[in-house]
Design a protein around this ligand. Sequence first.
Ligand code: BGC
Length: 881
Amino acid sequence: MKAKNLKVNGLTEPIGYSFDHLTFSWETSGEDLDDQSKMTVTVALDPAFKQVVAQADCASGNLLTLAPDFLKNKTRYFWRVQGLTFQASSFFETGLMDDAWQAKWISYQDAPQDAVCFSKKFMANKAVKTARLYLMALGLYEASLNGQAVSLEYLTPGYHSYDLYQQYQTFDVTHLINSENELTVMVGNGWYKGRFLFDGGFENIYGDKQKLIAQLEITYEDGSREVVLSDESWNCQTSFIKENSIYDGERQDLSTRPEPLQTIALTDDRATLTERLDLPVKPVRVYNPRAFIDKNGDLILDFEQEITGWIAGRVETPKKQVKFTFGELLQDGRFYRDNLRTAKQEFIVDNIEQASFIRPHFTYFGFRYVKVEGLSEAEALRFKGYSLQSEMEETFSFASSSAKLNQLLSNVKWSQRDNFLSIPTDCPQRDERLGWTGDIGVFANTASYNMETRAFFANYLRAMRAEQLAQKGAVPVFVPYPKIKPFEGINPFLLGGAVSVWGDAATILPITSYRHCHDQGQLKADYPLMKGWVDYILKKDQAHQNRHLFDFDMQLGDWLALDTGIKGSVMGATDSSLVATVYYWISAQNTADAAAILDYQTDNAFYQKLADEIKAAILTTYFKGDDLNLTPATLNSPTEQIRQQMAQGFAGQKIDTKVDTQTGLALLLHYRLYPSEAAREKLADRLQARLEEAGNSLTTGFAGTPALLHALSENGLDQAAFDLLFKEDAPSWLFEVSQGATTTWERWDSLLSDGRISGTDMNSMNHYAYGSVEDFIVEKLLGINLPELTGDTWKIAPHFTSHLTWAQGKLMTANGPLEVKWVKTGSLVETTVILPPRTKAVFIKQDGSLCQLKSGSNQFSEIFPDNSANAIQDYKETVNE
Ligand code: BGC
């Protein structure tokens, strides 16, 4: 057996990260498939493992959490995992930790600039053993030492709640030090200053001048040390980057002769500086475009895939101006960008005096098409597209006999790649790009199949917790949460509102992350956030007679559902109190489960009781006997009144409010919130009826969509679920694919059947929420089901469909790849499950019988099911009997 892919807290060889826990993980592979020998993790101060500081045996799984109490600052730790027949080692390194910063924050005296360049010259005359640069700047920075970038990361220090803490980076710059040196740090606006935040944009949310703090520590071979600290002696000057903005892009003037600015040292607090958790943002993929002239006569580059990032290339001859404008779409054969709202998404370079390699520095774009001005087609084709994203391992691949389904899965993965940039964003192109909590909450499970999200979520959850503490328990609708002073007419979303589904990301992300990687250290770190959110709602609930109904605040409900019948409506028809109360239950249950895993027995009892009481409140409010109560009291609740006011604002009219919508029914069914088996059947009947009424189409929004296909499939309605999945006319997932989408859309009708855009006020082609359907494909179509939260046994239970002749998927697990493939031949279906070593799993046949799976290849042959309408009728009759 072998171990590889060694990680600490989901990170490979991390340097200078925050280690509030230490979870060591690794992947195993090898011939002796069932080697069950114990594995031991050893941590030492030296690569020969002579000075051991910690050691423990791994009880189960390829992962072990240790308390970090032995960690000392600025120290490299070597760690290894050993089994009977193998060993593998890696390292991690701490940052400054409790060592007080010696460097000072610096800025400049002069008028605010869009970008500035700080620099410092220093000598290093002896042989260098190690050199570490501890660095943080506000807004975005790019640092180089002697002309060489200190890392391959871009858009550092990423986006986080700059007003609450500042995460600095640590770079190993040993190899870059010469005897004469110059450290240069260019700093632009980024998320820190300049225009940001939707609804017109706000200026300088966190500050109006760039700041920097840098501490370079050199250790020489002779043991002596030297430090280079940011202070007023640093040089500061203007930059060739004249304008830069997350939304608007960047403008450079290459003829600029830098002018000196006056550096000042600040007395700013350094106590809120903290080690990073954010993942490096890197250009993960490179694309070559094709070029064409559109119907306006403009030169357009088409990257044939919507990506997030930028373009870069060489301009060989002098040019007065080169301009690139970025967009997602063509309309009528013309470059189009009206759906970006106020975001300009431009990259302009003036006065190119000699051959130059050009690229943006402090912005990014969401785009497939680029309009090019100032270059010939041949010159434009020298540019490549770079897709920037937080660096994460991809862990799932899929293929099937349906090219369209395969494209859908590609689109889902791309919307994830495109929106996993420092934080999980709603979209990468228009004047928004915010960490909307609801979007990632509903997408988290799918995201965690596609990639190893653990460290990415850990970083985002730290920001969420910091915002929660700043907001007395509330979890804002987006994180980070820039604080805007209230003024008349301000958009309510900018005022700290905590709403259901969105705020519930506080419990959904931690528990999802745990379900996928079983990292107790991380769960423990996230637990206060989970508990804090449930306590926050509970407190409000208690102030409203403790009825355990979440029916008294503003809610977004089933965002973007189609069932109000109002064109372009953002609000769905489902009773928002029902949605909110179901999610209240979900969060209470998630918290009870987390408490059980962490062995917090009192909390477990408390939150389990709360979850049970919320469930009881749902049953008494929303059911009459075994049937749904179509007129629950919540239809007259404060939430409903606010909802109608919102409807006036959004749609200028009253909207219908119902409980027996596709979303209402799917939520109750999927989460098993019904009083009896008879009630379950009635809910399933109603759900089928709602689908039929809608012309066998879905009408669900953000809240209902993730549950819809699961709810159908879990209640004997596989055929209906698969018909929705494979439906090609609007609204459906494959409609987007048929329209040539390369990412998933924000709205079911982002484009209409004639290919025209349905509206421009809130319409992105790159939102991941509806991509949440992928977890149905993993869990039902392929039947790959993770072990229960406290269990260790995988369940493999594929659901076959006549829409396909074969399907296969491969999921990376801690023990190596787990593969499922099914192929239909005539009336038989053959399933192959390849199980990695040290993995417990059962196969569940269609008749419900269980078979233990062994490591390696397992084959099953079954009769292909008849899921036709008649079969469903038969099924219902059997169930009814
Ligand atoms: C965002 C969403 C978000 C929603 C909530 C939109 O503007 O793009 O994805 O969740 O607002 O109101």
